[in-house]
Design a protein around this ligand. Sequence first.
Ligand SMILES: [Zn+2]
Length: 411
Amino acid sequence: MKTEKIKMRAGWLIDGTGAPARRNVIIKIENGIIQSLSDAEFYNVDQNGITDFSAFTIIPGLIDSHVHLCMSGAHDQKIRQKQLKSTFADAEHVISAHLRQLFLSGVVAVRDGGDYGAYALRYKKKQQDKKNSIVEMKTAGQAWHNHGRYGKFMGRAPSEGKTLAEEILYMDKSIDHVKIINSGLNSLKEFGKETLPQFNLNDLKNTVNAASSLGLKVMAHANGRLPVKIAIEAGCASIEHGFFMGEKNLALMAEKKITWVPTACTMKAYAEHLSKDRIHQDSIEAAILKKILEDQLRQLAMAKALGVTVAVGTDSGSPGVHHGSSIIEELKLFMQAGFSLEETLKASVLNGAKLLGLNKTGPIIKGNKALFIVVDGSPGGLPESLNKIKAVYTSQGCSRRKAGHLEISKS
Ligand SMILES: [Zn+2]
């Protein structure tokens, strides 16, 4: 095989490990793998063969740690209902379009939280056969909820007479992680109203043990103090949403090294939707949504202070939360909560890669795949400049495109 060597100069580089942005960096890539990163000043630049991005910032491909690929961000109930009853043939087109949208926004890997027909999983298996997926997918197949409780649209409840742990041991082994729903949704009538846990501590502990015997981590949808506490004590790998979980749970997560995916942009998207509507703009729901968002940002600031590992997930597929573009909103909210740009990108890239169990994908460091985004200007324009990505750089094996090609320019 012919060795393909590429050299490029980045005006600015943020590597996604949390390290400060660097100025004028030469990146050397060989066969799609990063070989070295050096300061341009100390590098004997032979101008030939260098791709010049001096006026651009290079950041790693982003990771969205919480999506539902089967659903779009449409508010229209007719569209949502149709998507919830779709056949695999219909869902296949929807998923393809969402992956394309994600890629155009610079997202290179996603963690899917499940759908009722396990269509994202089926899609992934089919794509693996073709070896042409543009975004790396990790999926739960179907999420698990309890009988008569919230979550039917994204999964199923254990069959009669079977415990959740038993179900886990006998389900489709090709999933990447187990998704459990352990609470309800946020109330838009009463701020901070908590729902009861869906599973008790013993059930969840057995479930986590069953999953780990198969080498799988558990992601837990949980809002409110008790549902989150149970998920933490049971040993789940991540808490999804975690609205109103409180400081004690956050401290416990820091101690047990459990990752939090706050999905704050869901509340912002819904609040913005209501604000466009004359009837609802001054409603109780609109005021409550605003309060929930503020509270979540306060919790996020607390998580930073306590040293909780946080990851960027959007819950795209929820009303108003669109695949791809919503990650820019979530990055902005992290920064609004007090995270620096570098810390925010670390949450998406390094923490996301660990959560998804990715190999050689993530930060721009020696030995990792060359998988990154080129945006106009200095880092000062981020995350807004992600709206007009200049190029997404992918290494070989990532798609049908050849290694080393700069592709899809949105401008
Ligand atoms: Zn979700």
